[in-house]
Design a protein around this ligand. Sequence first.
Ligand code: NAD
Ligand code: UFG
Length: 341
Amino acid sequence: MATVLVTGGMGFIGSHTVISLHNNGFDVVIADNLSNSKTEVLNRLETITGKRFKFYKVDCCNKEELRKVFEENDIDSVIHFAGLKAVGESVRMPVEYYSNNINSLLTVVTLMNEFGVKKIVFSSSATVYGESEDVPFTEESPLGTCTNPYGWTKWMLEQVLRDCSVAYPELRVCLLRYFNPVGAHESGLIGEDPRGIPNNLFPYISKVAAGTLEKLTVFGNDYDTPDGTCLRDYIHVCDLADGHVRSLNYLATQSEGVSVFNLGTGKGTSVVEAIKAFEKACGHEIPHVFGPRRAGDIPVCYASTDKAREVLGFEAKRTIEDMCSSCWNWQTKNPQGLPED
Ligand code: NAD
Ligand code: UFG
């Protein structure tokens, strides 16, 4: 059974991916410093899968700590989720974002070289396409200018991995550009658990629906879109998790090089449509007001899904209704999020 090191595996996307890996016959080792997640995730994963996953509380920037994980396990491949991801926070704390996101990947790649590990899947983002309005984004769309340090870290780290694949020809790399991951596992035991007031649409809507927050402000309704609000390609986190398993299986068939895949549904949903879908899921109205545009938002962002379908056989199966109902299930079962450590 091949062992996959999942860095950041206690987080939102990582924890759902751990389940998919387990269900597809992979052995999983998790490394996470819990800077944006809680130990309780491990208990929840055990309830869902019946398996207590091997977990190391380590900072991936700390080479000595992380070396132990490589020494103690026969690691076949790495999925690297570990990173800071809040756009607004990255503007206020650029040094922390560049330092954490860049050093953690460099440390992982250094140890992969030291221990002869040849396959890595990296969490990138549609943010690398910048502010272009030329949609849908294909993997060949030009990379754009990012509007915040978080986005630049993804842009730079894609380049770091391209350079590494030239220098270390046996390295096989998958760059996965996620669009907007939302939703939660059907059990309602794990989901997105942001600290404080959420910045992203779905966690914010969930809290308004639950009555924890008073109302949602829709950022702009004067865009050149059918209802004036921005369109995004929301993808269910469980579909996204499946994309990671397919990427690992694909890397096993490759002998070198970098492959890039968009992971989205190929469909744009407006903020107003998302609110309506959530209202259907929770059974009552979501109080909202229209406010000014948010700096850095582009009107329309959705993926071309052709390459992922043709090469990986990947197709997102779950609908926006599935995303809302699973989000609501998670929210109602965990109104305060997961218990603190
Ligand atoms: P998350 O914050 O829920 O998970 C990230 C995990 O990494 C957390 O558990 C955190 O504790 C851990 N971590 C951070 N820095 C670490 C370090 N130095 N060492 C060890 N662990 C560390 O975020 P997520 O939504 O699951 O995102 C996972 C990855 O996908 C991130 O790299 C993120 O940038 C990327 N991504 C996310 C989105 C999104 O909308 N959620 C979109 C595109 C890309
Ligand atoms: N929105 C609101 N009100 C809110 C929050 C969001 O109207 O309170 C709107 C935004 O203006 C945007 C849409 O909802 O039109 C989605 O916003 P999110 O913040 O949920 O997501 P973004 O598309 O802005 O950003 C996401 C990830 C980033 C990633 C980017 C591109 O959060 O990490 O997609 O992949 F960089």
